[in-house]
Design a protein around this ligand. Structure first.
Ligand code: PNS
Length: 212
């Protein structure tokens, strides 16, 4: 006589076991969400992503679907831009979300929200956001990484402003992102490589200064 009648019970216990193993694994892994607008991703974001991926087992870059903003790129374009910029990072996932960041983090079983800090003014905003998130979920910690020095001035807004006025952004974003940006501001395509300021000539000292 067949044992087909046992099959549903076997499937049920398989599922229970699978979920248990999954939960156990997740308690050992630290998953970090790096939320943001990424309109578009810059080399500063990439710096945080690469360093975050060395610290955590898994990092999820999560692009906010924000109906209150009019972005330069659609969410899908931004997801593509991020994916194209990060093929070399195996423990990275790129996703989008809407609503509260902590809800998304809980849904993804993440324990950490990762954010970059550039300058003091960032700190005020970021600290307020971290405190707000803490009131929404005590389980999730915000971890700040100081942005590398060379990107401390860099933001998506700065990149868009430079491009809008016809400047080159080749040194600020990945190549394919720069191309996308130039396409958006097609009439303002930079004609040359980044403009560099010449070093100022040495000051001429007056005879009085020379004697001092
Ligand atoms: O790149 P950004 O624009 O500085 O990112 C801001 C972001 C998306 C991290 C923040 O606005 C956010 O978390 N929005 C989701 C709504 C939310 O969770 N609000 C409560 C925390 S202030």
């Amino acid at each position: 006589m067949g044992r087909e009648w046992l099959q549903p019970a076997v499937e049920f216990w398989k599922l229970v076991l699978y979920n248990r193993v999954n939960d156990a694994l997740y308690t050992f892994l630290v998953i970090a969400i790096y939320p943001g607008s990424f309109d578009p991703i810059t080399k500063g974001h990439l710096d945080i992503i690469e360093r975050g991926c060395r610290l955590f087992e898994r990092v999820i870059v999560a692009v906010l679907r924000n109906p209150n903003k009019t972005p330069l790129f659609t969410v899908e374009e931004r997801l593509d831009q991020i994916r194209l910029s990060t093929p070399h990072i195996p423990n990275l996932e790129v996703d989008s979300f809407d609503g509260l960041t902590v809800n998304y983090a809980q849904m993804r079983q993440a324990q950490v929200l990762l954010r970059g800090l550039r300058v003091l003014s960032d700190f005020e905003v970021e600290l307020q956001m971290a405190h707000t998130n803490k009131t929404l979920s005590t389980q999730i910690e915000t971890v700040f990484l100081a942005t590398s020095n060379e990107y401390s001035f860099l933001s998506s807004s700065v990149v868009k402003e430079i491009a809008r006025f016809g400047g080159s952004v080749d040194h600020l974003v990945p190549q394919h992102v720069a191309r996308d940006i130039y396409q958006c501001y097609a009439n303002n395509h930079p004609k040359s490589t980044p403009v560099r300021t010449n070093t100022a000539p040495p000051l001429k000292l007056s005879p009085v200064d020379q004697q001092a």
